[in-house]
Design a protein around this ligand. Structure first.
Ligand code: PLP
Length: 417
């Protein structure tokens, strides 16, 4: 992350923010929850829950289908969600925003549509740190089409080897797809530089923004990526809504992924003319309440400001890296400073299996994730079977980091290591 983010930021008072999140409230079912599993999914503020309930209680109807008032209101809210999302990531308009179920569906859509006309021997470039969502769809289609996948190496510093990237991306490359912020290492990848490399060779650049969209200011125009995918549930929104941004000129020339109602302009018994963007890629009744929830989540994030959120997380990560690295036997997998690094810290404690560690931490009220984090090839690259992972968000503060460190200390005593 750039130093300038810290300089220009105002401070977040996480203790005040927590009050907006019913599950984190003092009176919540689980008292004093220290929630550090934000990379898996975030908690939801009251405003998101209320926006969704309001839709169901006050203007529930299908979109784009009827002329009655309720449908008009639902359609307006649904279309507004496209516009709001576009403006949140610096897209031109809502036409460039396709709502999907999640990042995974967005990446599947891309794998199938972008590879449809590729020829055997043509190449896709990924990295060794991809989530299975940005690996398996490409693998499947590559097998079917005889495409070759090449992988940019992860160095000892937990960063992409850019020299290697330069040698891998050639005129044979048709697609480069890379995670923006690693859900394991916390590394923020130079996707802008990769986009330049991809474009130099006539390839398209896909960014898996599942972890970055929630935590960093995103400007797709500045990144100059062709596609950018992310999930609502990791950024204070509900589950069931994901986003695929695509440059309009590219989306217009791509075939739809799913077919049916809602995505057509005209149908005869033998042929079809597809609807304009974004409807062309949104077959069937969409997740209307979830789109409205995402819109409310974006409003909440924008009220605080993504630069402020990024700076808060940078301070917290700095604090956590220092605090955790003083614990004997604890190994961190990821950059040890906050330069181009997000608020995800993966670690192991010598002598304790990560699942046992996470269970023990849960006993002490600290929720972290353990396992391979859907990145088995990266685990192999790191020479581990899994890790524990603490991931922070705007409602966390140094007290949560202290609680984590103290709970790790208690777990060590429990397991006698
Ligand atoms: C980097 C990354 N990519 C993709 C995904 C998949 O997101 P979803 O499960 O919302 O489709 C995740 C989820 O953890 C992720 O961390």
């Amino acid at each position: 992350m750039k130093r300038s983010i810290l300089k220009h930021s105002t401070m977040i008072r996480a203790i005040e923010i927590k009050k907006d999140f019913p599950i984190l409230n003092e009176n919540a079912h689980r008292k004093n929850l220290v929630y550090l599993d934000n990379a898996a999914t975030s908690q939801k503020p009251k405003s998101v829950i209320t926006a969704m309930t309001r839709y169901y209680e006050e203007f529930n109807a299908n979109v784009h289908r009827s002329v009655h008032k309720l449908s008009e209101l639902a359609t307006e809210a649904y279309e507004r969600a496209h516009e709001k999302t576009a403006q949140f990531i610096g897209a031109q308009s809502g036409e460039e925003i396709i709502f999907t179920k999640n990042t995974t569906e967005a990446l599947n859509l891309l794998a199938y549509t972008l590879c449809k006309n590729l020829k055997a021997g043509e190449e896709i470039v990924l990295t060794e740190m991809e989530h299975h969502s940005n690996l398996v769809p490409w693998q499947q289609i590559a097998k079917e089409k005889g495409l070759t996948i090449r992988f940019i190496k992860v160095g000892k510093d937990f960063r992409l080897d850019i020299k290697h990237a330069r040698s891998l991306i050639t005129d044979k490359t048709k697609i480069v797809s890379c995670v923006h912020l690693s859900n394991v290492l916390g590394t923020i990848n130079p996707v802008k530089e990769l986009a330049q490399l991809a474009h130099k060779h006539g390839a398209v650049m896909v960014v898996d923004g599942a972890q970055s969209a929630a935590h960093l200011p995103i400007d797709v125009k500045d990144l100059d990526c062709d596609f950018f995918a992310f999930s609502g549930h990791k950024m204070l929104g509900p589950t069931g809504i994901g986003v695929l941004y695509g440059k309009k000129s590219l989306l217009e020339n791509m075939d739809p992924f799913l077919f049916g109602g809602g995505m057509i302009a005209e149908v005869t018994l033998t042929d079809v003319k597809f609807a304009d963007l974004p409807a062309k890629f949104e077959a069937g009744t969409p997740n209307i309440a979830e789109a409205i929830g995402l819109s409310a989540a974006i409003e909440y994030l924008e009220k605080i400001g993504m630069t402020t959120i990024a700076a808060h997380e940078e301070r917290l990560t700095e604090y956590a890296l220092v605090r955790l690295s003083t614990i004997p036997g604890l190994t961190i997998y990821g950059p040890h400073n906050t330069t181009r690094r997000g608020a995800v810290i993966s670690f192991n404690v010598e002598g304790i299996h990560p699942h046992d560690l996470a269970s023990a931490l849960d006993r002490y009220g600290v929720a972290v994730r353990a396992g391979n984090h859907c990145t088995m090839p990266l685990m192999n690259r790191l020479g581990i079977n899994g890790s524990a992972r603490a991931s922070f968000y705007l409602y966390n503060d140094t007290r949560d980091v202290d609680a984590l460190a103290e709970a790790i200390g208690k777990a060590k005593t429990l397991f006698k290591v």
